[in-house]
Design a protein around this ligand. Structure first.
Ligand code: NAD
Length: 494
């Protein structure tokens, strides 16, 4: 049985308490995990502080960029180990994890090595507002000890998305992966150590949120900031935990993302993109579409195209080449998604496909399987059109005009992502610019340039990460103002 330990100050450490991580595919135990207690969290924060006070604290941008590139090489060298860890924890199809999760982890490190090399930290020089009488500039310093808390849906991708810029900027991190996906972070700890990061630069604590390692970390007096990806209500709890010490936070939270499909779209391309946006990773991507607004002229075709796409999905073991659809992450999450399915029907939905759980035989019967599900007949007041379900589900609603579509899409407390499907380029730009979201795609979904800003409006987050935006969060500026002597007038000199 795989045993997963905490990684503190360069050493793997056990705790007095363990929990089992089970597979969502068949319910078997994947690993026994040592849950960090207050002593271990304290030790991790202290180790991070020692690293900052040691040679890591004076490392150069060039040294750190080189470290990030070695970590990326290490990820590629241990690609199959990371793949096995990720697939074992999540049950997602191997091919999806290969293409998306693990590949992006290496890209995350390379991208931030490039960004920091291009920008340096001196790229934040300010203009000199006082002409020749003073020289103002800003030095950027690392934030310090950064707590990194991430969810289970794209575990390694989201962890490295935060660890890479944090290390690029010279911080030391204490990371807490989700209790549902502890495995890949443990392999990453080995890779980062092997790449030559000083002890204490990357610390890993395992456990749950409230009352466990997550809360112990976010309420710890020794942390200088929190970067978090997860549910909006968890973001709110973390905000409260850091409030007494007023620490900066960067939050990437939930979404209730809309797709807007116009009559003039390229139908084949739209249905292909839409179905990916609803069903990828069993709908467990924060960017997934859960609300589809379709102009009336193509409504029937879009509904039937999406139904066909849903019915082509095949559940099965991650390594089964005939399968392309994984389970939900856990039985708990499955119960939540099933309860939304029931609520949708109660509130008047017509289930056009799915609506339940597939009857799978043998070992798979114990897994957290769910059917891809599409609803029609709902309006924006329905709970499943307002609350994030985080499953392979969407409500499809017709509209007549552009203004109506924009109003429907923006009628939400969330504001993470939107996708506009149209062949009219003017309309594409016009509508995308009016979406109150962090990322608005036109004829695309989840197409990412890692240098562009990523984050959300409203319940979907606080701040932006990505490229230079990340460098801003993971550093703090000190403005230095050098007064210059000169023949100023007596009045000004006083
Ligand atoms: P979650 O908020 O339940 O858990 C996320 C992490 O926070 C886990 O590591 C968990 O242990 C920890 N945690 C929970 N309560 C805590 C507390 N009180 N204090 C400190 N830590 C705590 O989220 P989840 O169910 O793991 O992930 C799904 C959610 O993540 C969805 O809402 C999804 O939209 C969101 N998400 C957002 C993005 C984005 O970039 N915006 C990306 C992926 C996922």
């Amino acid at each position: 049985m795989t045993v997963l330990r905490n990684h503190v100050g360069g050493r793997f450490v056990e705790s007095g308490r363990t929990f089992d991580k089970t597979s969502p595919v068949d319910g078997t135990t994947v690993a026994v995990v040592h849950e960090a207690d207050a002593v271990i969290v304290d030790a991790a924060v202290a180790a991070a502080r020692r690293a900052l006070n040691g040679r890591w604290g004076t490392s150069s941008v060039a040294d750190r960029a080189a470290l990030l590139r070695r970590i990326a090489d290490g990820i590629e060298a241990r690609f199959e180990d990371l793949l096995a860890a990720e697939v074992g924890d999540t049950g997602k199809p191997v091919e999806l994890a290969r293409r998306l999760d693990v590949a992006r982890a290496a890209q995350n490190f390379r991208s931030f090595a490039d960004t920091i090399s291009a920008k340096g930290l001196d790229a934040f020089l300010t203009d000199t507002p006082d002409g020749g009488r003073a020289l103002n500039y800003a030095v950027r310093k690392p934030l310090g000890v950064v707590a990194v808390i991430v969810p289970w849906n794209l575990p390694l991708l989201l962890l490295t998305w935060k660890v890479a810029p944090a290390l690029a900027c010279g911080n030391a991190v204490v990371v807490k992966p989700s209790e549902e996906t502890p495995s890949s972070a443990t392999v990453l700890a080995e890779i980062i150590a092997e790449a030559g990061a000083p002890d204490g630069v990357f610390n890993l604590v395992h456990g749950f949120g409230a009352g466990s390692a997550g809360e112990l970390l976010t309420s710890h007096a020794g942390i200088d900031g929190v970067t978090f990806t997860g549910e909006s209500r968890t973001g709110s709890a973390i905000m409260k935990a850091v409030a007494p010490r007023v620490r900066p936070v960067s939050f990437e939270l939930g979404g209730k993302n809309a797709a807007l499909v116009f009559d003039d779209c390229d139908l084949d391309r739209t249905i292909e993109g839409l179905s990916r946006s609803v069903f990828t990773n069993t709908g467990q991507v924060c960017l997934c579409t859960e609300r589809v607004y379709v102009q009336r002229g193509v409504y029937d075709e879009v509904v039937s195209g999406l139904v066909e796409a849903a019915e082509r999905l095949r559940p099965g073991r991650p390594e089964d080449p005939a399968a392309n659809f994984g389970p939900l992450i856990s039985q708990t999450h499955r119960r939540k998604v099933m309860s939304y399915q029931a609520l949708a029907v109660e509130q008047g939905a017509k289930v056009v496909t799915g609506g339940g759980a597939p009857a799978l035989d043998g070992d798979l019967a114990a897994g957290a399987w769910i059917e891809p599900t599409l609803w029609t007949g709902l309006d924006n007041a329905a709970a499943v059109m307002r609350e994030e379900v985080f499953g392979p589900v969407a409500g499809i609603v017709p509209f007549d005009g552009e203004e109506e579509a924009i109003a429907l899409a923006n009628d939400t407390e969330y504001g993470l992502a939107a996708a506009v499907w149209t062949s009219d380029l003017d309309r594409g730009h016009r509508v995308a610019q009016r979406m109150d979201v962090g990322m608005a795609w036109v004829n695309a979904w989840y197409l990412r340039d890692l240098r562009s800003p990523f984050g959300g409006f409203g319940l979907s987050g606080v701040g932006r990460e990505g490229g230079e935006h990340s460098l801003h969060f993971y550093t703090s500026p000190t403005n230095v103002c050098v007064g210059l002597t000169g023949p100023w007038s007596a009045e000004e000199a006083s």
